[in-house]
Design a binder for this molecule. Structure first.
Ligand code: HEC
Ligand code: HEC
Length: 283
């Protein structure tokens, strides 16, 4: 009797250990970029096991890069949808992938594959700004950290070494990595802080692993990126094309006036007239 209970407890704790394993694996390997129920750096993975086959998922998770290179249509489409941000290849076993997929499945609402809801990408939550002045100085600090006018406390490289943003507040950045002008709109405060603390991209891991960005610094940079994406959505880019048309029009009219003045004399007799006289002569 006692034995049966002990075995029962063992089985229960074993299965919960496995379930937890999936959760932990997900959190540690995927959580900086993926969430269930919202998009972050990468797509929302809710119900993913209904959308894609296990086999495809296994291949994709191990090496998105090889699947994309092989020309797999779905993989290429997701890459394009996600602004060409490439998910790094994961050093992960089949069993670990199974555990992660099981965790995802258990934490996705049960729906049949055919009428799985097409998820509207959820907007990242906006933090509430209570003190506008403090916020403005946070944004300014973020801009200075971003382009190196203020050094990171732990000596990490400036963001402009690799990234650019479209903002008058900073001087031109690098093009090694993606432009971050609208990154806040896509991944939000949580996503940016997640990238800075989790360092899911190899290039950033190399740069910041031993020089972590502090929480305060991350908050400032995130506030700056929020402002940049807001500004770029609100300002109408100056319309050079119509300037050319409307600025050019008076010029063209003046030129036409000058030409018609110069040619005035020559036009007294029409072209037809000279042709007519030539033909008369040849008779
Ligand atoms: C550095 C960020 C990052 C990490 C870490 C990461 N992913 Fe991704 N993932 C992405 C991005 C970005 C995409 C979409 C672009 C692409 O195809 O590369 C993606 C796409 C996916 C897709 C395809 C989704 C679809 O709609 O078909 C799956 C599945 C996936 N990831 C699973 C995982 C799992 C599981 C892990 C953890 C083992 C993981 N990812 C870790 C960034 C990441
Ligand atoms: C050594 C180069 C390097 C530096 C320095 C660097 N990054 Fe990155 N970052 C990358 C690369 C590479 C990626 C992966 C995406 C890509 O290919 O552009 C990335 C991705 C990101 C992403 C996710 C982009 C997205 O669209 O989902 C964010 C956010 C980000 N970086 C913020 C920062 C911030 C903030 C700093 C400064 C604290 C910084 N990075 C410094 C190279 C760098």
């Amino acid at each position: 009797m006692i034995h049966k209970i002990v075995i029962g407890i063992l089985v229960v704790s074993l299965t919960s250990a496995i379930a937890q394993d999936g959760a932990t694996l997900f959190k540690n390997n995927c959580g900086m970029c993926h969430k269930l129920g919202a998009r972050l750096v990468g797509p929302d993975l809710i119900n993913i096991t209904q959308k894609r086959s296990k086999e495809w998922l296994n291949k994709f998770i191990k090496s998105p890069q090889s699947l994309i290179k092989s020309g797999d249509k779905d993989a290429v489409a997701i890459l394009n949808e996600f602004n060409q941000i490439l998910m790094p290849d994961q050093n992960i076993t089949d069993t670990q992938i199974n555990d992660i997929l099981k965790y995802i499945e258990e934490n996705s609402p049960q729906t049949s594959a055919t009428n799985a809801p097409t998820q509207e990408p959820q907007k990242p939550e906006e933090p509430i700004i209570s003190d506008k002045k403090a916020y403005a100085s946070l944004v300014e600090k973020g801009a200075k950290l971003f382009d190196g006018r203020i050094r990171f406390q732990n000596g990490g490289p400036t963001c402009v070494a690799c990234h650019n943003v479209n903002s008058y507040a900073i001087t031109g950045g690098g093009s090694l990595a993606k432009d971050l002008t609208d990154v806040y709109t896509r991944i939000g405060d949580e996503g940016i802080k997640g990238v800075l603390s989790g360092l899911p991209f190899p290039a950033m891991k190399n740069s910041f692993e031993n020089h972590p960005v502090t929480e305060e610094e991350a908050a400032a940079v995130s506030a700056f990126l929020r402002q940049v994406s807001k500004d770029s959505r609100e300002t109408n880019p100056f319309d050079y094309a119509s300037l050319l048309v409307w600025g050019g029009l008076p010029g063209i009219l003046i030129l036409l006036g000058i030409y018609s003045f110069i040619w005035y004399n020559r036009k007294k007799k029409t072209v037809n007239h000279s042709i007519y006289s030539r033909q008369i002569k040849s008779y």
